[in-house]
Design a protein around this ligand. Structure first.
Ligand SMILES: C[S@@+](CC[C@H](N)C(=O)[O-])C[C@H]1O[C@@H](n2cnc3c(N)ncnc32)[C@H](O)[C@@H]1O
Length: 195
């Protein structure tokens, strides 16, 4: 694993989720929440979970924060940062679920440099995911779906399971894609408890 992905400095203390949320509920991390529609939806419908969103765009993160405040959600937080950097400092087996939904509108070859779903990211997701936890990946771009799936499948502790259809339509991008008649591609992976 490259130093960029796993820098040689201490990870966060073991208690970081408790310090952030003030309780010990399971934690789901959403990468790239955009305007935060999905975050609001799941945080409202699953009050026994905590939701932590990581959004690279500062302006969008600010919108998500306003949405969290307006809906008075005590179980949701947003951080403005590149997900790769945040993942690098999260502890092994410390997250119960990841959501990655329509991560890259710039999936074309010329944008390859900026792609979120890479083999390095899949390795980090698998490391940080708790055994028994799941990663949900959705995109409307078939070619990108294949790239993301190949990266996730190459992690031997991840197995593909069925995807919850309700969660697939809860984001603004999902609704836009459905309206335009585009097919959605979704895959969910569970981390095996043993090697
Ligand atoms: C196409 S939007 C989709 C937003 C939302 N998930 C939805 O389905 O409506 C992709 C979002 O992912 C964010 N994003 C892309 N790469 C990221 C990264 N490396 N770290 C954090 N956020 C990222 C973008 O800033 C953008 O807000």
């Amino acid at each position: 694993m490259s130093d960029l992905f796993r820098p040689n400095w201490s990870a966060l203390p073991e208690t970081y989720w408790t310090e952030i949320f003030g309780d010990d509920r399971p934690v789901a991390v959403e990468i790239g929440p955009g305007l935060g529609e999905f975050l609001e939806f799941v945080a409202k419908h699953q009050p026994d979970w905590n939701f932590f969103a990581v959004e690279r765009s500062r302006a969008r993160a600010a919108t998500v924060r306003r949405r969290i405040d307006a809906a008075r959600l005590t179980n949701a937080r947003v951080l403005s940062a590149p997900a790769e950097c945040v993942l690098a400092i999260l502890r092994d087996s410390s997250v119960d679920r990841f959501y990655i939904q329509f991560p890259d509108p710039w999936w074309k070859r010329r944008h390859k440099r900026r792609r979120l779903m890479t083999p390095q990211l899949a390795t980090q997701l698998c490391r940080v995911l708790r055994p028994g936890g799941a990663i949900e990946f959705i995109t409307d771009v078939e070619e990108y779906y294949d790239v993301g799936r190949a990266a996730l499948r190459s992690e031997r502790r991840l197995i593909e399971i069925s995807t919850d259809p309700e969660l697939q339509t809860a984001t603004s991008f999902a609704r836009k894609a459905i309206k335009r008649g585009w097919k959605l591609h979704a895959a969910t992976y569970r981390k095996l408890a043993v090697d």
